[in-house]
Each structure stands twice: as structure tokens, then as C-alpha cells.
Design a protein around this ligand. Structure first.
Ligand code: UT7
Length: 328
């Protein structure tokens, strides 16, 4: 009998952003042609966002996800044939069905194993990572691909300046492998469905027609307040679960919604700013893709190294939030 493997270890990562970069100035000029007033100054002061990547109209979430997944596989030195679980976290799937994960599986030429999507909006990647960790710990998977991918530009109301300036498109992925070495140490997921209205895209296609409102709607201030308290509490809980001191965390990789949320959070937790990975300035909020994109950026520029203790955190629509603590 093979010895049991008790950890899911992150052995590779990849990130992909569509090539078109839209600066705040370019977006403001575009909106001005439709009498919608915004400015680089407002966006930078309130959010820290300077630009976002926007997918071409014919580019779908599965395309971005496949690119990020292939880069993660290459980084891990793993072939698609070895993957026995694919989870895609997305709120902007290509289709009602099949799942985006099935499309990615076909694109990668992977066969067999499970493939499904997770829907937890901006917490999606953390939810998917915790799910894959549970599969690996239970012995139901040995090599898992966990992807966060979005074409959020497709659900934005470009006449609502309170939301359309905040989001971008992209995909990030990690490869998890069963390992005897420490990997994911603890995970903590939460939801409060009674807060569904503060952040939602409450529409669908039914009987051949769009029903409800297909665009993202948000009460920014309500989300802001809940996000800071929820993430701070979740960080403490996940550390407690793992028996780890907050001070021992090498890197905080939080969902990238707003640099002010991240500043409040790090201050609340007493984590120095140098330990917080920030990509929101360049990527804007890419929902489920933001955490794996930030993780990948910091691994590739050499900040996050093997052996480092990393806390990943998601928060968003649902209302959902959660944390995963992992030894790299
Ligand atoms: O993944 C999770 C998803 N979302 C979040 O985490 C977002 C959380 N919330 C936030 O980041 C912030 O609440 C926002 C960035 C959305 C808004 O910042 P705020 O400081 O809470 O601004 P506000 O909503 O209180 O709006 C202040 C003013 C308003 O004008 P009045 O009523 O004071 O005249 C808005 O109409 O700013 C106005 N405003 C804008 N002005 C220029 C709203 N959007 C814009 C804009 N450009 N794009």
C-alpha cells in the first residue's frame, strides 16, 4: 500500500491577462463621450486602481482560464494527462452549461477526472482551493488544477460609474499535488446569503429571454464595511485553526477590490504593508481571478518563495468570504 499523503501542496502557478490595457484616463475619456463624469484622480484616490485589462468581445472566460492553466502546468512540470480534478471559480461562465471547467479540460486535452465550476464570486478562488484541498486530503484527487477566471467586463453596466471603473478581466491558476510536505494548512469559508442584495447580478436567461437584471449592482459602502470586518475575523480564525500566529505569516494575498480595503485590513491585523501583495493598481478587481493572479505575480517576481507561509483571502457577492493558509 502506498503511504497516505496528508497535504495538498501548490506546485505551480500561472496568470493570464488579456492584452488590451485601459487606463483610467482612457476610460474617463470614453465615459465622457456619454456624459458620464469620472476621473483618474477619483478612481486612484478611492480605489488605488490605475488601469484594467479588458478582453476583446469574442474572448471568453474558458479561453483566459486555459491560458492561465497551461502556464501553471508548465510551471509545475505537470502534464494535462496527470490532472484528475479541474475546478474553475467564475461568475462569468461561457455557458449556462457545460461548466467552464469542462471546456478547459477539453482545451487542455486532459481526459478523465472530475471537472466543475464553483460560484462564489470574488471568494470563488478561495472556495475552489479549499474544495480541491479537501478532495486531495480525502484521497479523491492527486493532481488538481484550481483556476479563477473572469470576463467581468461582460456583466458591467458601462453607464454606472459607481461600478464600471472598478473591474477588469483575467485568469489565474494553481496546480495542487498530494504531498507529504506541508501545503494547505487550514481553510475557512463563510457565507451570509441574507446580504445577497449588496452585490449581485440578479439576472438569468430563461425561456429564451433575459430575465431580471443582467448587470452587476453594488452598494459599495456596505460591501466595503463588511469586507474589512469579515476578512479580519476570518484571518484570525484560520490562524487559530492552524495553530499559527498572525505575525508568522510571510505574505497576505487578499482579494484585490480596493487598496483602501487592503490598508484597513493590514492595519487591523497588524500585518506590515510590505507583506501584503497588491495588484489592484494594475489589474483592478478581477473577481475570482484576483487572488491567483496576485499569488502568481508575487511567485514570479521572487517575493513568494518555497517554504513561505501565505494567507489567501477572498470576499464578495453572496455575501461570501474566506481564507486559506498555505505553506508554499
Ligand atoms: O469584490 C468585492 C467587490 N467590491 C468591493 O469590494 C467594493 C467595495 N467598495 C468600494 O470600493 C467603494 O465603496 C467604492 C470605490 C465603490 C466607492 O467609494 P466611496 O468612497 O464609498 O464613494 P461613494 O460611493 O460614497 O461615492 C462618493 C461620491 C458620490 O458622489 P456624491 O453623492 O458624494 O456627490 C458618487 O456618486 O463619488 C461619486 N462617484 C464617482 N465619482 C467619480 C461614484 N463613482 C464615481 C466615479 N467617478 N467612478
Amino acid at each position: 500500500m502506498e503511504s497516505s499523503m496528508s497535504y495538498a501542496k501548490i506546485v505551480g502557478s500561472g496568470g493570464y491577462l488579456p492584452p488590451r490595457i485601459v487606463s483610467n484616463d482612457e476610460l474617463a475619456a470614453e465615459l465622457a463621450t456619454r456624459q458620464i463624469a469620472t476621473s483618474d484622480t477619483w478612481i486612484v484616490e478611492r480605489t488605488g486602481i490605475r488601469q484594467r485589462h479588458i478582453a476583446a468581445p469574442d474572448v471568453t472566460t474558458s479561453m483566459l482560464a486555459t491560458k492561465a492553466a497551461q502556464l501553471a502546468l508548465d510551471d509545475a512540470g505537470v502534464t494535462a494527462a496527470e490532472v484528475d480534478l479541474i475546478i474553475v471559480a467564475t461568475s462569468t461562465p461561457d455557458f449556462i452549461f457545460p461548466s467552464t471547467a469542462c471546456l478547459v479540460q477539453a482545451n487542455l486535452g486532459a481526459k478523465g477526472g472530475a471537472a466543475f465550476d464553483v460560484q462564489a464570486v470574488c471568494s470563488g478562488f478561495v472556495y475552489a482551493l479549499a474544495t480541491a484541498d479537501a478532495f486531495i486530503q480525502a484521497g479523491r484527487s492527486r493532481v488538481a488544477l484550481v483556476i479563477g477566471a473572469e470576463v467581468f467586463s461582460s456583466i458591467l453596466d458601462w453607464s454606472d460609474r459607481g461600478t464600471c471603473v472598478l473591474f477588469g478581466d483575467g485568469a489565474g491558476a494553481v496546480v495542487l499535488k498530494a504531498s507529504e510536505e506541508p501545503g494547505v494548512l487550514a481553510a475557512q469559508l463563510n457565507a451570509d446569503g441574507s446580504q445577497m442584495k449588496i452585490l449581485c447580478a440578479a439576472g438569468n436567461v430563461m425561456h429564451g429571454k433575459v430575465v431580471g437584471d443582467p448587470f452587476l449592482r453594488m452598494d459599495g459602502q456596505a460591501v466595503f464595511k463588511l469586507a474589512v470586518t469579515a476578512l479580519a475575523r476570518s484571518a484570525k480564525e484560520v490562524c487559530q485553526q492552524a495553530g499559527i500566529d498572525l505575525a508568522d505569516i510571510d505574505w497576505l494575498v487578499p482579494h484585490q477590490a480596493n487598496v483602501r480595503i487592503l490598508n484597513f485590513l493590514s492595519r487591523k491585523l497588524g500585518i506590515p504593508d510590505e507583506k501584503v501583495i497588491i495588484t489592484v493598481d494594475k489589474h483592478a478587481n478581477t473577481s475570482a481571478a484576483s487572488v491567483p493572479l496576485a499569488l502568481d505575480a508575487a511567485r514570479r517576481d521572487g517575493r513568494i518563495k518555497s517554504g513561505d507561509l501565505v494567507m489567501m483571502q477572498g470576499v464578495g457577492g453572496g455575501f461570501t468570504w474566506g481564507s486559506v493558509l498555505a505553506r508554499m
